[in-house]
Design a protein around this ligand. Structure first.
Ligand code: ADE
Ligand code: ZN
Length: 334
């Protein structure tokens, strides 16, 4: 099973690049930028990664991102994640980045997008991993601030496929961002959003009806009959992140994770890492642990992988090529 998971061609659709920042690289970049970090060793950092809830994690995550200063830092961060993709047979990835985390510290939008996108270009050539970028608005900040970010992104529109919504969910409902999402769609960005991670089903309804999202990030709290019916009708996928859910105590134990129940209701689910440096594993580790906890079959894992290509934001012909590759693998290895 381990080998099957490692070799399974797959896409990752829910990944925050700032959340892929491994402590080893954090120390290296802090050193070369002459920035003090409050931990003395990698072990000490890892010890601090124990969270009671989403906000607990976000405080540490934003502090960690604070050492990213130059284009090279964003490049190294992104390339390092893409190398891990290649090792795990992640053939395609859709990377979220949070411009406001950096522009609020005086780092230019240009520095961020150039570092990330150049790494993506290089990885496509050298590693054969394709990627798309999702610019995520921070929901704890104002809509006005999100509008400013949208404005800053426009010269780089050709590098960005979609807009997302992340950060502190409770008290920051999708309705707060209705206008900026409409403006983003007008500019050609595809809308996705975190919804129902800690927030109620009502937030998922809002994300669907007010933001017109094309994918739901997390969606754990979707269990209302008419909501499930609506998601199925719209043919929208959920980007589920098992190890994130247990790390942030959204789910108490992987054995109680709702992913199987979601599948049984006809929902299209994918498996992702969210913030792998903080939550105990890359995407394949998420596959391994959820498979073990729920005794999932190879057919279940194949379904996750197929959904990951089918519900990616790639063009249909590229999706088809990846699915053919996946089907050939599955035929040989099921
Ligand atoms: N930003 C990074 N990871 C996040 C998560 N799991 N939920 C909301 N915002 C995030
Ligand atoms: Zn996330």
């Amino acid at each position: 099973m381990l080998q099957f998971i490692n070799q399974l061609p797959k896409a990752e659709l829910h990944l925050h690049i700032e959340g892929s920042f491994e402590p080893e690289l954090m120390f290296e970049i802090a050193k070369r930028n002459n920035i003090e970090i409050k931990y003395n060793s990698v072990e000490e950092v890892k010890e601090a990664y124990k969270f009671d809830c989403l906000q607990d994690f976000l405080d540490i995550y934003y502090a960690g991102a604070g050492v990213l200063t130059y284009e090279r830092d964003f490049y190294d961060l992104t390339y390092s994640y893409l190398e891990k993709c290649a090792e795990q047979n992640v053939r395609h990835t859709e990377i979220m980045f949070d411009p406001q985390t950096h522009t609020h510290r005086g780092i230019s939008f240009e520095t961020v997008i150039n570092g990330i996108s150049k790494a993506c270009e290089e990885a496509k050539k050298k590693l054969g991993v394709t990627s798309l970028l999702i610019m995520s608005y921070l929901r704890h900040l104002s809509e006005k601030d999100a509008f400013k970010t949208l404005e800053q992104s426009l010269p780089y529109k050709h590098l960005i496929k979609a807009v997302g919504l992340d950060s502190s969910e409770m008290g920051n409902p999708p309705s707060k961002f209705e206008k900026v999402f409409a403006a983003s769609v007008k500019e050609g960005y595809i809308p996705v959003a975190h919804a129902g991670e800690e927030g109620p089903a009502e937030y998922i309804w809002e994300a669907l009806n007010l933001l017109d999202i094309k994918r739901i990030d997390h969606g754990n709290n979707c269990f209302e009959d008419d909501l499930i019916e609506e998601i199925v009708k719209r043919d929208i996928a959920l980007t589920v992140c098992p190890l994130s859910n247990t790390a942030l105590q959204v789910v108490d134990d992987l054995k109680n994770h709702p992913i199987k129940k979601m599948m049984a209701k006809g929902l299209k689910v994918t498996v992702n890492s969210d913030d792998p440096a903080y939550f105990g594993g890359q995407v394949n580790q998420n596959f391994i642990e959820i498979q073990e906890a729920l005794d999932l079959s190879k057919a279940d894992l194949y379904e996750f992988a197929k959904n990951s290509f089918q519900y990616s934001l790639l063009d249909e012909d590229v999706k088809r090529e990846y699915i053919e590759e996946l089907d050939a693998f599955y035929l040989e290895n099921r």
